[in-house]
Design a protein around this ligand. Sequence first.
Ligand SMILES: O=C(O)C1=C[C@@H](OP(=O)(O)O)[C@@H](O)[C@H](O)C1
Ligand SMILES: C=C(OP(=O)(O)O)C(=O)O
Length: 401
Amino acid sequence: MRGTAQLPASKSESNRALILQALAGGGTLSNLSDANDTQLMQRLLSDPAAAEVDAEDAGTVMRFLTAYLAITNRHALLTGTARMQERPIGILVDALRQLGAEIEYAGQDGYPPLRLRGWHYTETSSEAEEMAELTVRGDISSQYISALLMIGTTLPHGLRLHLTGKVGSRPYIRMTLALMQHFGGNCRDLGTVVEARPGQYQPTDYTIESDWSAASYWYTMVALAPAGSWIQLPGLRRYSWQGDQAIVSIMEKLGVTTEYLTDGVRLMQTAVTEPFTQDFTDCPDLAQTVAVVAAALQVPVLMTGLESLRIKETDRIFALQTELANFGAFLTEESEGHFRVSTDNFHVSGQTVATYHDHRMAMAFAPLALRGPLTIEAPQVVRKSYPQFWAELEKAGFSVE
Ligand SMILES: O=C(O)C1=C[C@@H](OP(=O)(O)O)[C@@H](O)[C@H](O)C1
Ligand SMILES: C=C(OP(=O)(O)O)C(=O)O
């Protein structure tokens, strides 16, 4: 493998920028993602009269729009796929209700679909001179916190959140604060306390960075490709707001080194090193990539911080365990929350990989084709974050049927 692969733009940055642009009332966004999650967000924001809003399987769309539609006083049914209706949202709904939103559960308590019935400033919230203050659990999804922070700026006195529990996906909260600031918001990260000061966002231009989570699959390919392979990925930045840039240091330990270029990075293969322990609390979306590449390289990585994986697009722990087993690889819970990747005669020989409606299952396993033929079921799942994935693989020399 030698060449350049095109990445999608970051869907996390794109979906925040779209909400902030809507709250600011303008600003030009360049290099918006072609991911379905982002195209969907854009479509839903551009139809302010819709009575039913379908967030499909996009977590950021569901969570960010719950807060955005509430604060903009929309009356609508906010729904999603069957899986989305199993992904919890009670923490966000409770917080928004305390702030003045009228939200009812149209199905099961604590889960979408939601019936939004507008925003009612309570007397205390409009008269008090102090910031609204809430305590929010941080150990289920950071998307609730990002959703609240973005609208917090537009509250009469702003919003202070006290985060409890083991806060996961922290870099995504920092990305939210960075983008809020970029759009003229005044906010602070004080660790277990995060604040959005009251103010007005300003229409601001922003160019979205390429997606580091999508880049992770190219790291796997370079790791598994013949010696001397390299790949260039344009649009990635050395100083990134994306926590999944952590793939750089993780893959140093799995035989791929990163060189920063004027535009993007070049990945080069090096020697594989020792077994190691990796905590995914800050970067859960990298877990599948690393589990698969560690299995293929037969490096016994100990993975921790995987708590949120069970409530993503699918139960990713179960999906990984089931599919890895077909290759002679195992993800075993050694002690609570500590999962060891191990292998017993790892082989790729025409297996079929089920994808469980999860784009990351397809993209994490596809690079195994460098070791032998395989079939990926429902390959269109990649459209959630990387619609061009299969086309880019073909350009890189894979034979895709
Ligand atoms: O805020 C975001 O853009 C995201 C936050 C993470 O979710 P959690 O906060 O639920 O872990 C991540 O897994 C998801 O893909 C995108
Ligand atoms: C978990 C993911 O997305 P979301 O939660 O936004 O659906 C993901 O892209 O891996």
